[in-house]
Design a protein around this ligand. Structure first.
Ligand code: AVJ
Length: 322
């Protein structure tokens, strides 16, 4: 983060979120967005190539098969906003299909400047694409991108890929998409990637892989608290747990204390007691049915234009229009 005042604000928001989360009763929690520092993002990239985690490859197959169909359905798109910058691999497919018709401005919205820079590098060679990264929270960034159109009749395509929607609780997901809809104009489109419900054992393997990459990804959250907030977590004193909540239809990741212990988090001005077996909840990944997706679009004020699914690993890419 280049700007020191901004960096301080971001750090104290982080400290405040940690303070609120770790003092929560009865369930301690840490927001899943903090899983993605440089180490966490690199570990997530490894997760996407694990045989047990089919989500990312399923979405890429769908986009390879249907990017041209998508481009045909939104032929006037001149501006693409992506919520989260991803690795650029999936985005490339879509941008290539769209630019077969016209030049586009691609605006990844991503709070991490490092991830933005990486995304810009990954897509630099696309000749008919202008990349304008936005280092903001999703809705702030989207507002800027949408407003940048002024009075012109530019058509916007918003992309929310990778089943990141799954990290929201059901009601919050609907509210979020409704907020997104309100920043769009009639005729703009939304492409939403959502992982579909599948048998519990398959989900457990995907979120607790035998090589332990997801465990490292989860434990790194504590490492990040040590590095950035002066905490003294002993990472070996916690273990990764993935469990399925059949009511929420969500896989949850937790970090379970292996023993009674006390941890201090300097920058959050906080000392926390853990009982052996107690957990910190770090992420929920909600799984969707096709009916859930239809309902979600409805509630948020969208009309469903098309939907493509992967047969090998159930995953749905849905195109909505505002
Ligand atoms: C990037 C949020 C879609 O929930 O499946 C992968 C993150 N967590 N393994 C997901 C994740 C554990 C992933 N998302």
């Amino acid at each position: 983060m280049a700007h020191p005042v901004l960096a301080d604000a971001v750090r104290s928001a982080f400290a405040e979120d940690v303070r609120l989360g770790l003092t929560r009763v009865p369930q301690k929690e840490l927001p899943s967005k903090y899983l993605y520092d440089a180490v966490g993002s690199a570990l997530f990239d490894v997760i996407t190539v694990l045989p047990e985690y089919g989500v990312t490859r399923a979405e890429e197959r769908v986009l390879i098969a249907h990017a041209a169909d998508l481009a045909r359905l939104v032929p006037n798109t001149t501006r693409v906003a992506e919520l989260g910058s991803g690795s650029g691999r999936k985005t490339r497919r879509i941008l290539e299909a769209l630019t077969a018709r016209r030049d586009v401005t691609y605006c990844p919205i991503e709070i991490s400047p490092a991830a933005l820079a990486q995304c810009e590098r990954a897509l630099r060679d696309l000749e008919r694409v202008r990349v304008e990264g936005q280092a903001f929270e999703y809705l702030d960034g989207l507002k800027r991108v949408a407003d940048a159109r002024g009075r012109s009749d530019e058509r916007l395509l918003v992309m929310f890929l990778g089943s990141t929607i799954g990290n929201f609780r059901r009601l919050a997901a609907a509210h979020f998409l409704r907020d997104v809809r309100h920043l769009m104009r009639a005729g703009d489109a939304l492409l939403l990637g959502a992982d579909l419900l599948k048998p519990e054992p398959v989900l457990i393997e995907a979120y607790d892989d035998p090589a332990g990459v997801t465990a490292a990804f989860n434990l790194n959250m504590l490492g990040r608290l040590n590095r950035e907030l002066g905490a003294d977590f002993d990472l070996r004193a916690f273990e990764h747990v993935a469990r399925f909540d059949p009511v929420a239809r969500a896989i949850e990741m937790h970090l379970r204390a292996r023993s009674d212990q006390t941890v201090t988090i300097g920058a959050a001005d906080l000392t926390v007691e853990f009982r052996r077996g107690e957990t910190i909840w770090t992420e929920a990944s909600h799984k969707y049915t096709l009916d859930d997706i239809a309902h979600l679009g409805d509630v948020a004020g969208f009309e469903q234009l098309a939907q493509w699914t992967d047969a090998e690993w159930p995953f749905a890419e849905t195109l909505f229009v505002a």
